[in-house]
Design a protein around this ligand. Structure first.
Ligand code: ZN
Length: 313
């Protein structure tokens, strides 16, 4: 079999790539890439995934060794199921049905774990790393002493749902309270901003937009760069929360390097990634690691999915 398919099924985007199998240079092995909105899978996601895969691999469908789906959300790897994805409508999605229909082996993995595999094998090449994606939600993966952590059902590192606020002021999309991603992810940050606006007294252009409910996440970063005081206050809170959560990960896993990806972080490295090296060291017990942006950018999980698909079944 000459080809594999990698799929990154994220909260907002569905990225798909067809790659040549067993190619040493993974990035060059990619033949075709597609980006589609994840909500395209609403209503009958299995049928829609099946149609998309048929459409993009017309002439080579019989020559595909494996498909790996790197999915955001709570998984059950033993049953090959995506149980619950907080940022999409996917619930109890059984991939064994897709496997039967397509007659191609399908592997399932958490998207953050796929990202960690890609960072570990292709970029950082160090046996103790943490990969953190700050995007629509917050997720990631961990390699300790050369072992990629998976867990009993494949959810070993759902640190986006780690509790960072004992008062649970913010409600997470998963239904829990006080979870990290409810504060500083793309879906959480606007709510944090609204919450902080309630007790902020000085009038600023961003505050006005927030009070009128006429703002988006891009505004928060842009106004902050222009020196908006409320924006700077919000971003300082974001840096503090991210640094505390990351310090917890440093104390748990003792990594040499932390790589940060995900759309929110990669689009705003000056405000989200750069301040972390200084701030994490304030809160961590263990020796702080080097914190760097992911060099695979938005494709970290997709490339991880291709790597998984190429591994022996
Ligand atoms: Zn949660």
């Amino acid at each position: 079999m000459d080809y594999v398919i990698g799929i990154d099924l994220g909260g907002t985007w569905l990225r798909i790539a067809i790659a040549k199998n067993n190619n040493e240079k993974i990035k060059e092995s990619i033949l075709r890439k597609y980006i589609l909105p994840t909500n395209l899978l609403n209503n009958d996601p299995i049928k829609k995934l099946e149609n998309i895969i048929h459409e993009i691999s017309k002439n080579i469908i019989d020559n595909i060794a494996c498909i790996c789906i790197a999915a955001a959300g709570k998984l059950d790897l033993k049953k090959s199921k995506i149980i619950f994805s907080p940022h999409s409508s996917i619930r109890n999605l059984s991939l064994s049905i897709l496997e039967e229909n397509l007659k191609i082996p399908i592997k399932l993995i958490n998207d953050g774990v796929a990202g960690a595999l890609a960072e570990w094998k292709l970029c950082i090449k160090n046996d103790n790393i943490v990969y953190i994606a700050i995007g629509t939600g917050i997720g990631g993966g961990i390699v300790v002493d050369g072992h990629l952590l998976i867990g009993k059902e494949g959810n070993a590192h759902e640190f986006g749902h780690m509790i960072v606020d004992i008062n649970g002021l913010m409600e997470c999309k998963c239904g829990g309270r006080g979870h990290w991603e409810a504060y500083t992810s793309g879906s959480g940050l606007p709510n944090l901003c609204k919450f902080l606006s309630k007790n902020y007294n000085e009038e600023t252009p961003l505050l006005k937009k927030v009070i009128n409910n006429n703002f988006n996440i891009k505004d928060i970063f842009e106004y902050t760069r222009k020196g908006d005081k409320f924006g700077m206050y919000v971003i300082n809170e974001v840096i503090k929360i991210n640094a505390m959560a990351i310090a917890n990960l440093v104390n748990l896993y003792d990594p040499n390097v932390i790589s940060i990806g995900g759309g929110v972080a990669l689009k705003n490295p000056d405000l989200i990634i750069d301040p972390l090296n200084d701030h994490v060291s304030k809160y961590s017990f263990n020796t702080p690691p080097k914190i760097i942006p992911s060099s695979l950018k938005e494709e970290t999980s997709l490339i991880g999915a291709i790597l998984f698909a190429m591994e022996e079944l």
